[in-house]
Design a protein around this ligand. Structure first.
Ligand code: ZN
Length: 73
């Protein structure tokens, strides 16, 4: 399952950091951040609750980039 989220981040460098943090999150198979479009695409592992996984993605992104925002709507 893949989902795309709107994000806020201040520069391409931080976008890369968010991408790495998302990729390392448990339950995430793959993630990519498009800084120009301010979008994060997340591919989830089979059978996970994507809402729970995204809470961890947000947490992990906050660790690497305090100003990062991911919109879950
Ligand atoms: Zn930055």
């Amino acid at each position: 399952m893949k989902k795309t989220y709107r994000i806020e981040v201040d520069c391409a460098n931080c976008a890369n950091k968010m991408e790495d943090a998302a990729k390392k999150t448990k339950g995430v198979k793959d993630a990519s951040v498009n800084f120009m479009a301010l979008k994060m695409k997340v591919e989830f592992e089979d059978g996970v609750d994507e809402k729970e996984v995204m809470q961890d993605v947000i947490k992990n992104c906050k660790v690497v980039e305090d100003d990062s925002v991911i919109y879950l709507d």
